[in-house]
Design a protein. Structure first.
Length: 250
């Protein structure tokens, strides 16, 4: 389904029933490539709203800036259109940063947060991470993510555009002030792998800043705990989906 929001034709899917749960994919990803493994479990007990953000998957790019704040505003506009007054929000990687921005910019909409590999400071990434965007080319993007995009939108120019947009956004990434994080007054579950692109120490710092946060560090690489396209064979997704469900139900 598509919804006109802020000049964008935003793609979304709805699965299951129950309390609303918004799922926000990672950079260079689609809804399915980030959450396909955990969607069946979560949709048993929640009305899952899976969104593909600007330039990603089914949602085409438009001529306007791409930022985490803009993504947050788009999600908020969609929830208003769907007459959803409050939702739980689960974001992975870039989607986790967008989830933080939703809680900061549109706190009225957020019931609980699940933040997986969410970044709020540049120094939260592994050393050299931002240097890697200098001279980055599409060939460096994981093949599984390229194929996931082309399955949703068989347009190689769109794929290149998404890649360029994500690279530019990460080059320009600015820290979210600590005070803005401290002002998020909803329960949060912070999830991170012990050997992934986001440092476990950063996840700990985020969980300490958030007033009502729990922390889950797993023996995993980036996205392995969801069985995302980067790690499709992980044994962790079923366990993690159960833990997320328990946190949201509590």
């Amino acid at each position: 389904m598509y919804a006109p929001v802020n000049g964008l034709n935003l793609y979304y899917e709805i699965h299951g029933s129950g309390k609303p749960l918004v799922l926000l994919h990672g950079g260079g990803s689609t809804f399915g490539s980030s959450f396909g493994r955990i969607l069946p479990e979560l949709s048993k007990t929640h009305r899952v709203i899976g969104i593909e953000l600007q330039a990603h998957g089914h949602t085409r790019d438009i001529d306007r800036p791409l930022s985490f704040g803009q993504d947050a505003d788009d999600v908020a506009a969609l929830l208003d259109q769907l007459a959803i007054e409050k939702a739980d929000v689960l974001g992975f990687s870039n989607g986790g940063t967008t989830a933080l921005q939703i809680a900061i910019r549109h706190p009225r909409l957020v019931n609980k947060l699940v933040l997986a590999a969410a970044t709020y400071r540049r120094d939260g990434m592994q050393p050299g991470f931002f240097d890697g965007f200098e001279g980055a080319t599409l060939e460096m993007m994981p093949e599984a993510l390229q194929q996931a995009y082309l399955k949703a939108n068989p347009d190689p120019k769109g794929l290149q555009r998404m890649f360029d947009r994500d690279v530019a956004r990460m080059k320009d990434f600015e820290d979210i002030p600590d005070a803005a994080i401290r002002a998020i007054d909803v329960p949060a579950l912070v999830i991170n792998g012990d050997t992934e692109v986001v440092r476990a120490e950063h996840a700990l710092a985020l969980s300490r800043l958030l007033p009502y946060a729990r922390l889950l560090i797993l023996p995993a690489v980036h996205g392995e705990y969801f069985g995302a396209a980067e790690a499709p064979d992980s044994h962790l997704p079923a366990m993690v989906a159960t833990m997320i469900d328990a946190f949201l139900r509590d």
